[in-house]
Design a protein around this ligand. Structure first.
Ligand SMILES: Nc1ncnc2c1ncn2[C@@H]1O[C@H](COP(=O)(O)OP(=O)(O)OP(=O)(O)O)[C@@H](O)[C@H]1O
Ligand SMILES: [Mg+2]
Length: 246
């Protein structure tokens, strides 16, 4: 089905949190793939369905067997399940591991894009630090860049837009009290660019904290999960529409 790349230019606007929230509410079968070359966070943040997630089962174990070619069927031999039922391909445990795996991003992107029974949300971290990810980005059906509405974040975002020669979607992580205004402001700032859409996700420290630990009470009604649900429905509908066009 579709490969959706989630990333930032620099800083830590909340890509991993957004990826987890979107994965939890995605309206179709989905795999969350931690493709951040700096290393994954999920094994340390969320419990697995059968205890803690093993950091050694994921991108690292996949990389060890995939040198001669990577077939989509191999992916699920390296995934694990989070306690809420979300399937994840756990990321590298440290950035050093990525230096031996620079060949992997292209084949990995192709395999993820060819998965027949699930959409893939690929958390790619900060693009500015990892040009090798371009091989994976080239395979994506949709690239989504996350930003906070502050000037410094948006300035970096614009810089990134000139470097990615693809149409991207933007998601502004905005305070619910100024939600529409923040999103409209970013939309105005990028109005000269070829942008697929500008959407929003709630800045919600409580909700984000719940996504770093145990799925807790109240998460379902948190602004973060509510806005993630709206975004997920909108995004997947868009992707389905595009798939029908082709
Ligand atoms: N929507 C949000 N609302 C409030 N706080 C958030 C939100 N998303 C993330 N945070 C907080 O910001 C910090 C960074 O979040 P996260 O790890 O998701 O960012 P990231 O962009 O993936 O960073 P990195 O590039 O380091 O992987 C965390 O402390 C997290 O709790
Ligand atoms: Mg991250």
């Amino acid at each position: 089905m579709a490969l959706i790349v989630l990333a930032a230019d620099k800083g830590a606007p909340g890509v991993t949190t957004a990826a987890t929230a979107l994965g939890a509410v995605w309206p179709r079968p989905v795999l969350l793939a931690e493709c951040d070359p700096s290393g994954g966070d999920l094994a340390y943040r969320l419990p697995g369905a059968d205890g803690t997630l093993s950091p050694s089962r994921g991108l690292l174990s996949l990389g060890a067997v995939a040198r001669r070619g990577l077939h989509p069927d191999q992916i699920y031999e390296h995934t694990q399940r989070l306690v809420g039922g979300l399937d994840v391909l756990a990321g590298l445990t440290n950035g050093e591991q990525a230096s031996g795996l620079t060949w992997m991003w292209g084949p990995l992107g192709r395999a993820l894009a060819m998965l027949s029974h699930a959409d893939v949300l690929a958390d790619c971290g900060r693009l500015g630090a990892h040009p090798e990810l371009n091989d994976l980005l080239a395979e994506a059906d949709q690239i989504i860049l996350f930003t906070r509405p502050s000037l410094d974040h948006v300035a970096h975002l614009r810089e990134r837009l000139t470097l990615i020669r693809r149409q991207v979607g933007l998601v502004v992580i905005a305070d619910p009290r100024a939600y529409r205004t923040s999103i409209d402001e970013v939309r105005r700032i990028v109005s000269g660019w070829d942008i697929a859409f500008v959407g929003g996700l709630a800045f919600d420290p409580k909700g984000a904290e719940l996504l770093r630990g145990r799925w807790g009470g109240g998460l379902d009604r948190s602004p973060l999960i509510r806005t993630a649900r709206e975004l997920a429905v909108r995004l997947s509908a868009r992707l389905q529409e595009r798939a029908h066009e082709h």
